[in-house]
Ligand binder design. Structure first.
Ligand code: ADP
Ligand code: MG
Length: 269
């Protein structure tokens, strides 16, 4: 469904050129959840944005390779074609919901705008907006839908962002560190929500946390300084990581995660 082929992305800053992503090849199949892992600055977000050519050019330069969506080159597409893929086919959720929502519009106004733009066929926009809020676990949405973002907690705001992405009925959901800005209990709720979404769409889940990868993904790709150092079934990678960097990352999972490793090992005996 989505195929990254030898993608190399550079940034030109004056006379200097830095390579952010180097020769990365990955696939995301229909219905699959793929974890993209790596420390800060390893090229995760650049890769995610490149999927629909969202990086500003310049400074970004697609130096080599390509991204195929349903067999067609993203880099060869016209701007109008790209616009109809963004949101409608491939939707994004970013790290910080507070900065993604517009403070001066109500939750309804923001959801309605997205629905009108990407799904002009929808007749009853308000009902549709309420439906998606309910889908992401907001109880009695009609009572909350006219509120403004500041009246929502961080976790609730992230739910709204997810509802907004889902309301486009995308084939692929790209979630770039969707729980990093949230506290631990809320993180867990949002991750449970992702677990329920898994069966309905392909998900590219970006995180620096191997605990999240373990609980949620079918496959995992590890980026290290812009290079792909590991790509495979999550279970296989967790059992036998090939690259020392992956081993180090797995070792970084906090205590509760390490307990889980032991449990899976025992389960498998
Ligand atoms: P992360 O894995 O934390 O998401 P990024 O994909 O954001 O990392 O960044 C990868 C590399 O690309 C970093 O070295 C970063 O400095 C560089 N980079 C990202 N965006 C730009 C930009 N607009 N201009 C220059 N360099 C950038
Ligand atoms: Mg990032």
């Amino acid at each position: 469904m989505l195929e990254i082929q030898g993608l190399t992305i550079k940034f030109r800053d004056g006379k200097e050129t830095v390579t952010a992503v180097s020769d990365v090849s990955l696939t995301l199949q229909k219905g699959e959840t793929l974890g993209l892992v790596g420390e800060s600055g390893s090229g995760k977000s650049v890769t995610a944005l490149a999927l629909t050519r969202l990086l500003p050019e310049p400074p970004a330069l697609y130096a080599k390779g390509d991204v195929l969506f349903e067999g067609e080159s993203i880099l060869k597409k016209k701007k109008t074609a790209l616009r109809s893929i963004r949101g409608r086919e491939i939707a994004y959720i970013f790290q910080d919901p507070a900065n993604s929502l517009n403070p001066v519009f109500s939750i309804y106004e923001q959801l309605a705008e997205t629905i009108r733009l990407h799904r002009p066929e929808v007749q009853n926009v308000r009902r549709e907006a309420n439906f998606w809020l309910e889908q992401v676990g907001i109880v009695n949405p009609e009572k909350r839908i006219d509120h403004y973002p500041f009246q929502f907690s961080g976790g609730m705001q992230q739910r709204v962002m997810i509802a907004m992405a889902l309301s486009c009925r995308p084939k692929i959901l790209v979630a770039d560190e969707p729980t990093t800005a949230l506290d631990v209990t809320i993180q867990k709720q949002i991750l449970d929500l992702f677990r329920t979404l898994k069966s309905e769409m392909s998900i590219l889940l970006i995180t620096h946390n191997f605990g999240i990868v373990r609980g949620l993904t079918d496959k995992v790709a590890v980026l290290y300084r812009g290079r792909l150092v590991e790509f495979g079934n999550t279970e296989t990678v967790l059992k036998a990581p090939q690259h020392p960097y992956t081993r180090a990352l797995i070792g970084c999972v906090p205590h509760i995660g390490q307990k889980l490793v032991r449990l899976t090992t025992i389960d498998n005996l």
